[in-house]
Write a protein that binds this ligand. Structure first.
Ligand code: GDP
Length: 300
């Protein structure tokens, strides 16, 4: 078992009880522990570096009040900064979807194959229907894997959302435009467009999703990313962030045992709010993202 950050720092700071301030000298070793803890949580190195620098800047000169040890004081700074970066300073509205457009509000899903896009479409459709009373239409533009179209059809039926059928011989942009036209005629409030993912970053995939974005003009473009993704999270996030004007992130598979360092890597690269967390395979396994809880989890 890995020690959590508080335990690790407690070991380091035994020798410096009674010090009244966090200083360059008494934080250097602790900051090394913070860095190691984040790397163990699979946060990508550039994000770790930026974070540790931010913590150092905040911590230096900070008074150690009351019965706190310098280690406890530093854990406090680390936790607050991590929660802030996770989105605590954006406020709870950051997790809300934007519907301020002429209906249908289009939501475009982006992410690698296996990230959880199709499952998340089902979860979002269920949430929007039940909690927001929206009429939802779904469509798949994954013409490369006919099974993916079938999977979305099944998931949509399970949550009672309308499904717009597509065929493998159609072009993704044509499918999206036809679905949009259908959504308008049916007075759907929301159209969710599922897209093809690849196993890794792929230029053709990026061009396709960028073309889909231009054609369908989504008000929400959600990057779906697996919380178990380690160091790769940063490259994946960078590629999608450069190809698309993302509006938010969905972090899936948080019910797994990953610490979820991918959350910090993705925030570091995109700066976009993490709106939802996937917490089960089942279609009710979607929660509004909670920055404080994520900070606790990454710190162990
Ligand atoms: P896509 O290729 O991006 O559309 O990914 P899928 O939606 O097909 O999901 C890939 C796998 O991850 C499936 O087996 C899903 O059941 C699973 N999955 C998706 N989201 C979650 C989640 O939040 N928790 C768990 N445990 N599994 C998930």
């Amino acid at each position: 078992m890995l020690d959590n950050l508080t335990q690790r720092l407690a070991k380091v700071v035994k020798t410096m009880r009674g010090e009244a301030r966090l200083t360059e000298a008494n934080t250097a070793e602790m900051l090394r522990e913070v860095r190691l803890a984040l790397l163990e949580a699979d946060v990508a190195l550039p994000a770790v570096r930026e974070f540790v620098a931010r913590v150092k800047e905040k911590a230096l000169g900070e008074e150690v009040v009351g019965s706190l040890t310098p280690g406890q004081a530093l854990v406090g700074v680390v936790h607050d900064e991590l929660a802030a970066i996770m989105g605590a300073d954006l406020g709870p509205e950051a997790t809300q979807l934007n519907f301020a457009t002429q209906p249908p509000a289009v939501i475009l899903m982006a992410g690698l194959q296996g990230a959880g896009k199709t499952t998340t479409v089902g979860k979002l459709a269920k949430y929007l229907r039940e909690q927001k009373k929206k009429k939802v239409l779904t469509v798949s533009t994954d013409v490369y894997r006919p099974a993916a179209i079938g999977q979305l059809q099944t998931v949509s039926a399970q949550v009672g959302a309308d499904f717009f059928p597509s065929q493998p011989d159609q072009k993704p942009v044509d499918i999206a435009l036809a679905a949009l036209d259908h959504a308008r005629r049916q007075f759907a409030d929301v159209l969710i467009i599922d897209t093809a993912g690849r196993l890794g970053i792929d230029e053709a995939m990026m061009q396709e999703i960028s073309a889909l974005h231009k054609a369908a003009k989504p008000i929400e473009t959600l990057f779906v990313v697996d919380a178990m993704l380690g160091q790769d999270a940063i490259n994946t996030a960078r590629a999608f962030n450069e190809a698309l004007p993302l509006t938010g992130i969905v972090l899936t598979k948080l019910d797994g045992d990953a610490r979820g360092g991918a959350a910090l890597s993705v925030r570091h690269i995109t700066g976009k709010p993490i709106k939802f967390a996937g917490v089960a395979e089942k279609l009710d396994g979607l929660e509004a993202f909670d920055p404080q809880r994520m900070a606790n989890r990454i710190l162990g």
